[in-house]
Structures are given as structure tokens and as C-alpha cells.
Design a protein around this ligand. Structure first.
Ligand SMILES: [Zn+2]
Length: 260
């Protein structure tokens, strides 16, 4: 059954510009989360105002239900815990120069490795994820976890650190989302954010050789370059502090920013 799977963007979700042109298209029918009812073609567009590249629409609730009915094995709590602990420690190490303890909220915690490791370093972990089975698994081992949109989440205290590991490119409206995150952070709180870097030469190389996995990444609505992400962060009240390359995801970048 074909469903109406996307709400179309009427303007650029970052700058509200309305001069939007088609940029690329890809087939996502081989993606592990693809299922009947979803459109196999993904259309990418570019905003002439701010050069942001995004999909022509974001998923309807109906399409989200289809996609969230499956969980990637690597998104299951405890997946390859020992290997992922080492990768997660490199992320915590990026944050430690700016925060050493306090509440660490990981949005989209997936396998949980980052929260487990942050806890080892002395942080107080809270997890947020849209997959109920992940939230249940986290609660079972005694870690606070919520299956809720972060914008409507009520916390008893503000966070010292919020991490968004490969989350922002999945969010329909990243600017509003980051503003909601900023409200959950203490003054001078730390934001750790990662996503693929569409401004890297590696990205262009992968695209040029027809091997860039992200054009057909069914769950992504945005391709951020470092430059566009920095200006977005600054616009919503963050100061980028450090930049690094991801050891976890292909062509990924990792940015630490503090709440200004
Ligand atoms: Zn724009």
C-alpha cells in the first residue's frame, strides 16, 4: 500500500528561504529500513539562500511508524559493548575539557555506549530515544530514559552536557530542535554534535564514485557542511569550540560547542 510518506518543505528549514532547487536524487529501496509503502526515491534540494541541502520533505507520522517498527542491530542497547565503549571514550574525551561531571543527556542513545561510558567518567546519564524497546532496555539496567520528543521533555534539573550523535540530520526542523536543546542546558553547558560532513573532500569523492551512502540514507533529511552547521549553532546561541573527525561513522564530523 502506498502511503503519503512525506510532508513537503515549503521553505528552507534553516533560513526560511523559498528559492529551492532540485540537487540530487537517490534510490533508498535497498536500505535495511526500507519497507513497502515508502517511496523508493529520495529527492534532495538546495536552498539558494544559505546553500543548505535537504530532502524535499520529511516523514509523516504514518511513514515514521513504518520506519520505527524496525531497529538496526547496531541501535540495540548493549550492542558490541566493549568495542563501542572505546569509541565512546573518544567522544567523552572531547567533552572533558569543557565539563567533568553533571547531567549528561544523550538524545538518540541507540546502543547506549556513550551514556555507559559518560557514567564511567562521572557524569549522571539520561537517555532519550524514539525507539521504545531501547528505552525499556535502558530503564531495565537502572538508567533514566525517556521515549519522548525532547522539546516536550520536562527535566528536574538542567543538563551540563547534551549529545546529539548523528541525530540532527534526522530532525525535520534542526533550528527549532537546537533551540529546545539549548533550553535544557545550563549556562556554559556543552553540546556534542556529530553528523556526516557534506563539506569534506571525502564526501565529494564518495559522491563522484557513486559510493556515497548518505544520498540513499532513508532516515536523513539534511546534509550539513561544517560551515553551515557552525553558522546554525551560532544563530541559536552556541559557540563552536572544537572540531574533529568521527571514528564511528563514514565522513563524519564531531563538534563541541558551548552555550553562549
Ligand atoms: Zn536556506
Amino acid at each position: 500500500m502506498e502511503v503519503s510518506d512525506r510532508h513537503m518543505y515549503e521553505s528552507c528549514p534553516l533560513c526560511d528561504g523559498t528559492d529551492i532547487k532540485k540537487f540530487n536524487e537517490a534510490d533508498c529501496s535497498n536500505h535495511p529500513l526500507f519497507q513497502a509503502g515508502l517511496n523508493p526515491k529520495m529527492i534532495w534540494v538546495i536552498c539558494s539562500g544559505c546553500k543548505h541541502v535537504f530532502t524535499n520533505g520529511y516523514f509523516t507520522d504514518e511513514a515514521n511508524k513504518i520506519i520505527f517498527s524496525r531497529t538496526h542491530p547496531h541501535q540495540s542497547v548493549g550492542h558490541e559493548m566493549e568495542k563501542n565503549r572505546i569509541l565512546a571514550s573518544m567522544l567523552v574525551d572531547r567533552v572533558v575539557p569543557y565539563a567533568k561531571d553533571g547531567v549528561w543527556m544523550d538524545v538518540g542513545f541507540g546502543n547506549g555506549a556513550l551514556l555507559f561510558t559518560a557514567m564511567e567518567y562521572g557524569f549522571d546519564p539520561i537517555g532519550v530515544d524514539l525507539r521504545q524497546d531501547c528505552v525499556d532496555a535502558m530503564k531495565k539496567i537502572g538508567i533514566k530514559a525517556h521515549c519522548q520528543d525532547v522539546a516536550t521533555l520536562e527535566l528536574s534539573s538542567k543538563c551540563r552536557v547534551v549529545s546529539l550523535m548523528d541525530v540532527l540530520e534526522h530532525v525535520p526542523f534542526p533550528k527549532e530542535f537546537l533551540r529546545a536543546i539549548a533550553e535544557k542546558l545550563e549556562d556554559n553547558g556543552v553540546l556534542l554534535v556529530s553528523c556526516p560532513n557534506s563539506g569534506s573532500l571525502l564526501w565529494d569523492y564518495l559522491t563522484g564514485t557513486g559510493t556515497n551512502p548518505y544520498w540513499g540514507e532513508i532516515e536523513h533529511f539534511h546534509n550539513f557542511s561544517r560551515q553551515r552547521l557552525y553558522s546554525l549553532l551560532e544563530e541559536v546561541g552556541f559557540t563552536p569550540q572544537s572540531f574533529g573527525v568521527s571514528q564511528r561513522y563514514r565522513a563524519g564530523m564531531e563538534i563541541v560547542a558551548t552555550k553562549s
